[in-house]
Each structure stands twice: as structure tokens, then as C-alpha cells.
Design a protein around this ligand. Structure first.
Ligand code: AMP
Ligand code: MG
Length: 394
């Protein structure tokens, strides 16, 4: 059997980062920056008031309470160059440019709010409530670096620095196809021998959680021809394809039967539990990577975490390593098959980890109740309660 690490290494040797392209910032969420972004101007671009209040000369209010004449208003967006002379004040709003001559803002709360004359009850030191030009970002300063994942705050600073378009590695477009004659769409009644189809929904969600775009192509029966037709139709829009089911040792294994003759997809036994039957390769003229995951739902899920998620990161130009793991003490004895690395579903609480009841690869409810995978190494067949184990948080 092939070691888990070698299977991942083989996958990562094939997948390539997607070519960068320029997108509008309002479609950039979830993409990864393919350039450094600098601000062309300082941010804020000019000194402005941090509060609604009065722009003053600090020395004029040092002896507060004082009453001073108000020469006018400066609103946010005003470009006019007001100046405040000695003994005078201007009413200013938050975000308004500081009038020349003023060196402090007195918040309206410290005054009687007057419009012709204002009584100021408290002194304000020089610089009070002023946001200085460049105190967030200097002109020319880099605000985001290549390789950063674009979340909401990153979209914010792109816009805030005046960028409308940005160069990114796009979210990979991933098509998910499940196979199985026994599968009924959730929301429809179950016939004899049927189960509700869950993998395509779960894997589609997993793809989205991984920052990629997912297209659920639904499920096909166990006819290799039907599978190939669906695959063909979907390839056009795919940067990667995930299939579930149809790759093990039985009869009616449509994925294996359809793809084996192509010679570009290897079907192998990987030394892991759950998830032993794995396939990976490329399909179509564009050599689109395809992950053929086993059909048991927990096997599919674990395979996604171990193999597909790192590959999606690589396609986005992000650094790839083994899944992040922590160490914890296990609350019950564990068993594991010799020669295979086990990924046991578990609940991690602080530094202790409890395996859930129901470690079968079909036991999806147990997976849904878990928040972590305990990793039991290939050479261990049992571990006592209290052993320290490696845990992958989910
Ligand atoms: P297979 O890998 O096709 O032999 O399927 C292994 C097991 O997983 C069988 O019990 C299938 O019924 C089940 N299975 C396969 N595909 C799905 C799916 N999409 N949703 C839920 N269970 C599935
Ligand atoms: Mg099947």
C-alpha cells in the first residue's frame, strides 16, 4: 500500500497554481493576491477631524471655559480652504479637513453646541481629535502582499487605497460528481435499497470552505458511459474535479471502469483508514486534475481534508504543508489496523481528545458530531487511555 504522505506528494507534484488574472475588487473575495498592493497616496490623505466639534487653536481654549465666535462650518467633503484666525473657531464634522490655523478639535460634547458663538467648557491639547494624514498608511506603502487571501477587510483596504481592479489567483472552480445507483436526492422519498445522496453536498461545502468555487454536478448511476458523459460536459468549467464512489474492488465501479482505460488516472490503495481506495490523475485536453474519492461519506471527507484541500491551496499559490495538528491526551483506549494510518473522529476540548462512538466509515452522524481527527500512526495497533496523540482540528 502507498503511504499517505507519498500520495499527497504525488498530487502536489501535478497540480499547478492557477494563472493570475485581473478582477474587479467586488469579485475578489476569497481569491489570493498575485501582486503587492501599495497606496498611491497617504491614508488618510489629509489631516481631518476625528469628531464632530470645533476646530480651534489650542492656546485659545487653554483657559476654558471660554466663549468664542464661530466663523462657519466645515463639513466632510468640503474642499474649501477655511482658515481659523486667532480667537476664532470653526464648526467641523467628522472626516472634514482641518482648517488652516487650527491645531485641535474640541468635541461638541465639551461645548454648548453654539453656531454663532460657542461656549467651550474644557481645554483641548494641541492635536486633540485630529486624524493625521498618513497615520494609517504612508504614500507608496504596501498595504497587502502577494499571497494574502482576500477577505472582507482586505477588500476594504483595496477600495480604501483607491484600487478598482486587482491581480489575483482566482478561486479554483471545482466540479463535484457523485456516483451510485443507490443514491436518491435528499428531499425525495427513499425507494427500496436507496440512501440519500450526501457526498456531493458535503464535498461542495468542503470546497467552498477551502476558498474555492464549487459546482455540484449531482449524482450519476453506476454506468461508466453516463459518468463519462457528465464528466465531459463538466470539464469545460473545471480547474479540478472531485468524484465520490465507484473506485473500490467491487463490480459496478463506474469511475474506475471509465477512467482506467485513459491511463492518466492512477487507482491505488493508500495505507489509511478510512479512505483506502484513492485515485488521482488528470483528464481532458487541459489535463484537469481529478480526485476520485471513495464513496463512504467519512472516507470521502477525510480524503478531502488530507489530499484535496492541500491541492486547492497549491492551486491558489498558497503554501502547502501537512494539515495543522496539535497534541492532546486521549480519554479512551484506541485501536487501529496495523500498517495503516488511522484518522479517528473525535471531540477535542482544550488539551484532551475523546473519540466519538461510531468509527465506521459510513457513520456520517458521528463525523458531524466530531470536531477533530485523531491520527494513529501506521505502526501503532493500540494506544492506552492517557496517551498523547496527534490531532487534526476540523
Ligand atoms: P462505493 O465507493 O461506490 O463502493 O460506495 C461505498 C459506500 O458509500 C456505499 O455504501 C455507498 O452507498 C456509499 N456512498 C457512495 N456514494 C455516496 C454518496 N454520494 N452519498 C452517500 N453515500 C454514498
Ligand atoms: Mg458505488
Amino acid at each position: 500500500m502507498k503511504p499517505v504522505d507519498r500520495h499527497l506528494a504525488d498530487i502536489l507534484a501535478v497540480v499547478r497554481p492557477l494563472a493570475p488574472l485581473e478582477v474587479e475588487i467586488d469579485t475578489a473575495l476569497g481569491a489570493v493576491l498575485a501582486e503587492d498592493v501599495a497606496s498611491p497616496v497617504p491614508l488618510p490623505p489629509f489631516d481631518n477631524s476625528a469628531m464632530d466639534g470645533y476646530a480651534v487653536r489650542a492656546e485659545d481654549v487653554a483657559g476654558a471655559p471660554v466663549t468664542l465666535p464661530v466663523i462657519g462650518d466645515v463639513a466632510a467633503g468640503d474642499g474649501g480652504l477655511n482658515a481659523v484666525g486667532p480667537g476664532l473657531v470653526a464648526r467641523v464634522m467628522t472626516g472634514a479637513p482641518m482648517p488652516a490655523g487650527a491645531d485641535a478639535v474640541v468635541p461638541v460634547e465639551w461645548t454648548d453646541g453654539g453656531t454663532a458663538r460657542v461656549r467651550i467648557d474644557r481645554p483641548a491639547p494641541p492635536g486633540n481629535a485630529i486624524r493625521r494624514a498618513g497615520e494609517d498608511v504612508l504614500a507608496g506603502e504596501t498595504v497587502l502582499r502577494e499571497g494574502a487571501r482576500i477577505g472582507a477587510a482586505q477588500v476594504g483596504i483595496l477600495a480604501g487605497a483607491g484600487r478598482r481592479r486587482v491581480r489575483v489567483r482566482p478561486r479554483p472552480r471545482v466540479v463535484v460528481i457523485s456516483t451510485g445507483a443507490e443514491l436518491a436526492e435528499p428531499g425525495t422519498p427513499l425507494g427500496a435499497g436507496q440512501i440519500w445522496e450526501s457526498n456531493s453536498f458535503m464535498l461542495t461545502a468542503a470546497v467552498r470552505e477551502a476558498g474555492a468555487d464549487a459546482f455540484r454536478a449531482g449524482s450519476v448511476s453506476d454506468d461508466p458511459k453516463e459518468f463519462l458523459d457528465v464528466l465531459d460536459a463538466q470539464l469545460l468549467r473545471a480547474d479540478a474535479v472531485i468524484t465520490s464512489g465507484g473506485v473500490s474492488m467491487g463490480a459496478y465501479e463506474p469511475v474506475k471502469e471509465a477512467l482506467s482505460p485513459l491511463g492518466t488516472v492512477a487507482f491505488e490503495k493508500v495505507a489509511m483508514q478510512p479512505g483506502m481506495p484513492q485515485g488521482f490523475g488528470v483528464v481532458g485536453p487541459d489535463r484537469v486534475p481529478i480526485f476520485t474519492l471513495p464513496g463512504n461519506p467519512v472516507s470521502s471527507f477525510v480524503s478531502f481534508v488530507l489530499f484535496v484541500r492541500p491541492a486547492l491551496r497549491a492551486m491558489q499559490g498558497l503554501p502547502v504543508g501537512p494539515p495543522e495538528a496539535v497534541r492532546a491526551t486521549v480519554t479512551a483506549p484506541l485501536r487501529s489496523p496495523a500498517g495503516k494510518r488511522s484518522y479517528l473522529r473525535a471531540v477535542l476540548t482544550g488539551r484532551t481528545v475523546a473519540p466519538v462512538t461510531g468509527q465506521g466509515s459510513h457513520q456520517l452522524a458521528a463525523l458531524a458530531a466530531a470536531n477533530a481527527l485523531i491520527v494513529v500512526p501506521e505502526d501503532a495497533t493500540s494506544l492506552p487511555e492517557g496517551a498523547e496523540v496527534e490531532v487534526i482540528p476540523l
